[in-house]
Design a protein around this ligand. Sequence first.
Ligand code: ACM
Ligand code: ZN
Length: 523
Amino acid sequence: MKTLMGLAGLTMAGFMLLSCNTEVKEANYQIIPLPQEISVMDQAAPFILSNGTKIMYPEGNEKMQRNAEFLASYIKDLTGKSLAVQAGTDGKGIILQLGGNAKNPEGYQLEVTSDQVVISGPTEAGVFYGIQTLRKSIPVAQGVDIALPAVEINDYPRFSYRGAHLDVSRHFFPVDSVKRFIDMLALHNMNRFHWHLTDDQGWRIEIKGLPELTEVGSKRTETVIGHNSGKYDGKPYGGFFTQEEAKEIVAYAAERHITVIPEIDLPGHMQAALTAYPNLGCTGGPYEVWKIWGVSEDVLCAGNDETLKFIDDVLGEIIQIFPSEYIHVGGDECPKVRWTKCPKCQDRIKALGIKADKNHTAEEKLQSFIINHAEKFLNDHGRQIIGWDEILEGGLAPNATVMSWRGEGGGIEAAKQKHDVIMSPNTYLYFDYYQSKDVEQEPEAIGGYLPLERVYSYEPMPASLTPEEQKYIKGVQANLWTEYIPTFSQVEYMELPRMAALADIQWTNPEHKDYQDFLQRLV
Ligand code: ACM
Ligand code: ZN
């Protein structure tokens, strides 16, 4: 990186350029994530952003118009200035345009001269990231003009998948909160929102053909207090997203160049669904939407053909709501105790000719049968699956992407098997873990200890992989499980500023890594 130096003199230059006495504050390009290459032109005059500055976009391009409106709204929030947005590509002002030098589809170039701020990229998404960089460079300051030092920034992301996950089952967060979460992703240049919609403690997405999933499965009678203390709060708890609301969130994210990846966690973590449809469980129930935390032993019966139809029916509606190429089908933490005793599950094992071997039990292979079924349904409809690393255990479905959560081992193994990988190890990127050792001062959390510095230290590319195998590491994600996170303000508390450390890991090449520098930029 060419470093950003010699800014001190520019403030004076900014003052001198102004004919009136408006105070000038200076922008600072040392932001998060750190751009790959910043070249400040020390001797050149800055661009002065004032009330009269215009934002221009290419005529007829609605996405670029939206980008321009986003930039205007960010500048309004930061400075109180209402800048005009208009079609056009020349003249003085801030110009958004397609094209330029960036090779990466999400890359961009930001060039500042005394007359113009030009953000160009090969796609509207690239331009959007240039806008995020400009936005973060501008200080929060009302009633002043902003001097943008002359600069050329050439930037692009290290990883193509840059995600954050939110569990809305254990606690439910309404549409406005989910939108705010998406805003947080946009601020950090992320492009995937992994939405964990179903679990033992609540089913949170409307499925029109299976109405009991939300009528029954979205409500629990009460919630355990603390860490399965045996005491309950006595308060009914519930909530779900209608398909219209989910589509509204998909559209909101898409405008911000973020893809929503829904997760339907199967065949485990299904107790809320079993409560609604007890025929889908091995014992037939009765079940109740879970009031405690942990891993339920009651899971979908893998021997029941109705289970296969249920999976198809749910996924059939999910793909109508979510245009994402990737659909997450879970696969984590599915105990096999019911399956070992269930006549239907054991009959299925016989009928499929499944045999245990030294690597896998018959029941683990039965789980792979279920995941393969979900994959085939989705592949037949033009989609792909992502699953948690347990999907390795009975043999991977042919086209599956593996999300490595139990450390990095699952991701390393999947890459060796030539499968795409998203790294989200609980050893670095579980933001539901404590961020301070001062546990008395912290809101109660699930456990663990992942302070900011530890998160920042994460290097997603395993050194044990060959360069060829490393190509399968497609991205990085942090996860937020919400057993102990009842409010959205606590979601923000747990995410921030760890999300900033994640953003640097996802975006910026590792040769720029420097924790002290990161802390400076964090301010
Ligand atoms: C997980 O944390 N159970 C994926
Ligand atoms: Zn069964």
